[in-house]
Design a protein around this ligand. Structure first.
Ligand SMILES: O=C(O)CCC(=O)C(=O)O
Length: 293
């Protein structure tokens, strides 16, 4: 048993409320079973889907970028990504489109995986969300639909760790079946129909995983992950991350795939995606009161 910092809480792990992701690596050859699992659980966790050496090469490129930006502690091994206590955030845009990094974000393994999952040709958003997450930082719980819900409903995020990342360094955590449980229906129908740019709402629904569990049910799930592993999930699966309590940057990227035949949210596709254009003006607490949540 370990104690994990998960957003604003310290939680024991593993327990009935916060446990391990189901590992679907063994079902990789059975596409019907994978479809059943993502429909039931809201996510798929697959180990070693992407070539591990390719991921480690992409990690090296990212780490060298961090070093050039003076973000790493001098004299420490670059591949370790050791950061100073106040690990500052570093712009990652330039490095996200380097060929070694795109080899991973648009890996042939991912194209063939989504081609099988959708049963048709996939497409990917041009924009990639590459992150170097510093000390004590985390991602609050949210559904991706509030950030990218203007196109296909069948968008899947793939969360790709750039290295071997233990839970205490900040891993993706999903709230199991939150995309379909009745107890989340009102969340999906209110918050899940909001759009951070149109409504100028905050994107994070909560920073308290215990509150989510107590009010809406579901179990929080995560895992220690390794270079090559992926977690993929749909627009309505509530998810966030555990906190990075180490002295090393947590490098990961979220990439989006969808069926090529369906419309793409105009903020994220094309040659030069415009991205978000509004700043939040409505605090989530106020929006939740309005939604009766
Ligand atoms: O990596 C993180 O901290 C969060 C990732 C995320 O929210 C996503 O993949 O949609």
């Amino acid at each position: 048993m370990q104690v994990i910092e998960f957003q604003t809480r310290q939680m024991e792990f593993p327990t009935a409320r916060f446990g391990y992701l189901r590992d679907s690596t063994g079902a990789l050859a059975d596409i019907d079973e994978l479809r059943r699992r993502i429909a039931a659980d809201g996510y798929l966790f697959i180990r070693g889907l992407i070539d591990r050496d390719a991921v480690l090469e992409a990690r090296r490129v990212v780490m060298e970028h961090l070093q050039e930006q003076d973000a790493l502690v001098e004299g420490t091994p670059v591949m370790e990504g050791v950061m100073p206590r106040d690990g500052r955030s570093v712009g990652m845009k330039r490095v996200a489109y380097r060929p070694e990094v795109l080899r991973v974000l648009e890996a042939p393994e991912l194209w063939s995986f989504y081609r099988r999952l959708y049963g048709e040709e996939p497409a990917t958003f041009t924009h990639k969300w590459l992150r170097a997450v510093g000390n004590e930082k985390f991602t609050g719980s949210h559904m991706d639909v509030v950030y990218m819900g203007r196109g296909s409903e069948r968008v899947n995020t793939v969360w790709i760790p750039f290295g071997d990342i233990p839970i205490a360094q900040g891993t993706l955590a999903v709230c199991e079946a939150s995309h379909r449980l009745d107890s989340f229906a009102r969340v999906r129908e209110t918050y899940g129909r909001s759009d951070v740019d149109r409504d100028r709402t905050q994107g994070w629904f909560s920073e308290d995983p215990e509150e989510i569990r107590e009010r809406f049910g579901g179990r929080w799930l995560t895992a220690d992950v390794r270079a090559g592993d992926i977690i993929t999930f749909g627009l309505y699966t509530l998810h966030g991350s555990t906190n990075n309590t180490t002295d090393r940057f947590r490098i990961s990227c979220d990439v989006r795939y969808q069926p090529a035949s369906e419309p793409m949210d105009e903020r994220w596709g094309g040659d030069s995606p415009t991205g978000h254009y509004a700043t939040a003006a409505v605090p989530m607490a106020e929006a939740r009161t309005r939604w009766g949540l």
